[in-house]
Design a protein around this ligand. Structure first.
Ligand code: PEP
Ligand code: MN
Length: 240
């Protein structure tokens, strides 16, 4: 099996220094892709919304200075027009999987896209959403399973649907990666669920990591530290 792609970084960041420190620690581990959101889709309008354009400039500066590839979420057509060809992978978040106008615009770029599964989407709806991107010409689509809403328990944020991995492999030609962070919303579950996703054949992992998870401005409960990330990386090395 091919080596899984690893994308790691903070959920978001509040300063260049914070981003730089996390980015350096990601790079030190030989990880090529830095994830970090600056246009955040927060459930509450009272929550930190990201540094937005200012944060985007910081991400582009990091790309230049550290040579890391940037993975970040766009939430509007305007952002796609402005920054679509400047980042390495465009992320479409769970809340925008059904935003077909946005998907079509992303489809007009040549930049690879991570299409996260809406937390309540069927496989069919998810694959059809990918089709909106594909039809516009952009074939570089990576599907991302990030946990689905379940009505059995509310102890975890969502429930990781590992079955999505063999299903997508069986039914499509798209690679599928797993985001174990947003799936459970609990940092202690990230390592075991990463291992489970690797065992199930995921093409990659998208992980939230921070040098001080408790200081993270967003999603601190699910953010792991770099020591835990190292355990995951060691596991992958042994598996391959
Ligand atoms: C994220 O990756 O930071 C994010 C907001 O993810 P999701 O859209 O899956 O909630
Ligand atoms: Mn997050």
């Amino acid at each position: 099996m091919k080596k899984p792609i690893i994308i790691a970084g903070p959920c978001t960041f509040g300063s260049y220094e914070e981003l730089y420190k996390n980015a350096t620690l990601v790079k030190e581990r030989g990880i090529e892709y830095l994830r970090a959101g600056t246009f955040k889709m927060r459930t509450s309008p009272d929550s930190f919304q990201g540094l937005r354009e200012e944060g985007m400039e910081m991400l582009l500066k990091i790309k230049k200075e550290l040579g890391l590839k940037i993975v970040t979420e766009f939430t509007s057509i305007e952002q796609v027009h402005k920054y679509g060809d400047k980042v390495d992978i465009i992320q479409i978040g769970t809340r925008n999987m059904y935003n077909y106008e946005l998907l079509k615009e992303v489809g007009k770029t040549k930049t690879p896209v991570i299409l996260k599964r809406a937390f309540s989407a069927t496989y069919d709806e998810w694959i059809k959403a990918a089709e909106y991107i594909n039809r516009e010409g952009n074939k570089e689509i990576i599907l991302c399973e990030r946990g689905v809403r379940n009505n059995i328990s509310n102890e975890t944020r969502n429930m990781l649907d590992l079955q999505a991995i063999p299903y997508i492999h069986q039914k499509t030609n798209y690679p599928i990666i797993v985001d174990p962070s947003h799936a459970s919303g609990l940092s202690y579950m990230v390592e075991p669920m990463s291992k489970a996703a690797i065992a199930a054949g995921t093409d990659g992992l998208l992980i939230e990591v921070h040098y001080h998870p408790e200081e993270s401005l967003c999603d601190k409960e699910e953010t792991i530290d770099f020591e835990t990330l190292d355990h995951i990386l060691e596991f992958i090395k042994k598996e391959k």
